[in-house]
Design a protein around this ligand. Structure first.
Ligand SMILES: Nc1nc2c(ncn2[C@@H]2O[C@H](COP(=O)(O)OP(=O)(O)OP(=O)(O)O)[C@@H](O)[C@H]2O)c(=O)[nH]1
Ligand SMILES: [Mg+2]
Ligand SMILES: [Zn+2]
Length: 272
């Protein structure tokens, strides 16, 4: 019998496929052998032969870790060890925007962050809220669980940011391994290694390794489109916002309408 399911983990040639509440260990056959299936793929399986027969079109795919069909990206941002980085945050936001994934920003380690620094960070985050992004702290578990409901969610964020810790707070029985952050390096050691979708709270969640080597392999136009406040009303239709000759974006950076660090992230992402 054929059933529609979702790949929740891949280990070498073994594909674990979830159909409703059951899990089937499957292999791949025929022409699909040459196709790189990913966690999150919606597939048709034959429940007698335990083979994947067909893969459905994806709505998006993230690479490193490889995962498809994400509804929401929980961007976990540490305020202290590893240090708060608007650049990383902006990078993940661009990644979400261009892949049509709703981003949710979750701030961690406020308890060990300097009070004055917390104030500064909260001020910066006001700008993101004004852009329409949801921002929570990792203490707001009830709200975060509500965000998950009915969704396929991937976590993203630096190693050591507190992704696994956050999921453990959502559900103790998950018992995900969390790691010590090296004080010296200010970063973790990739405690989470495998990518798999975990089913809980009426949602599917991927706790991911830290995306430490996240590269945005995108064109300048695509990166630019990921900064939603930039808009398209510049002097030139194909403005790259790097020359100060009437560029609307630069003007808005100069008069404080666009957060300076956002613009700096943009320049860094396009290699300027
Ligand atoms: N003080 C404090 N420590 C935290 C918080 N969140 C996480 N930690 C600690 O930070 C360390 C790293 O947390 P993890 O949850 O393993 O980080 P991760 O993002 O899953 O890291 P990788 O799996 O390597 O990507 C652990 O020692 C946690 O206990 C927080 O809000 N406050
Ligand atoms: Mg982890
Ligand atoms: Zn411009």
């Amino acid at each position: 019998m054929n059933s529609l399911g979702k790949i929740i983990s891949i280990n070498k040639d073994l594909y674990t496929v979830m159909v409703d509440d059951s899990v089937f260990p499957c292999s791949v056959r025929g022409k699909l052998r040459n196709f790189k299936l990913t966690v999150g793929d919606n597939v048709v399986i034959n429940t007698n032969t335990l083979t994947i027969e067909e893969v459905k079109e994806r709505k998006n795919t993230l690479i490193r870790p490889l995962i498809s069909n994400i509804d929401k990206l929980f961007i976990v941002v540490s305020t202290h060890i590893p240090r708060f980085s608007t650049y990383l945050l902006d990078k993940f936001l661009v990644l979400s925007e261009v892949n049509n994934i709703e981003p949710v920003i979750i701030i961690t380690k406020l308890d060990i962050c300097d009070k004055s620094e917390v104030k500064e960070i909260k001020n910066v985050l006001k700008y993101y809220k004004k852009l329409g992004y949801k921002v929570y702290t990792n203490k707001q578990i009830r709200k975060i669980k509500k965000e998950m409901k009915g969704c396929v969610v991937s976590l993203a964020g630096q190693t050591g940011a507190g992704k696994s810790t956050l999921l453990n707070k959502c559900d103790k029985s998950l018992n995900l391994k969390t790691g010590e952050v090296s004080e010296h390096l200010g970063r973790g050691k990739h405690t989470t290694r495998l990518v798999e979708l975990i089913s809980f709270n009426d949602s599917l969640i991927a706790d991911t390794p830290g995306f430490s080597s996240l590269e945005l392999d995108m064109s300048l136009e695509t990166i630019s489109s990921g900064f939603k406040e930039f808009g398209f009303n510049c002097k030139y239709s194909s403005c790259t916002h790097v020359k100060n000759d009437g560029c609307n974006v630069i003007e808005r950076v100069n008069n404080g309408k666009i957060l300076k660090s956002r613009y700096e992230s943009y320049l860094k992402l396009i290699g300027r």
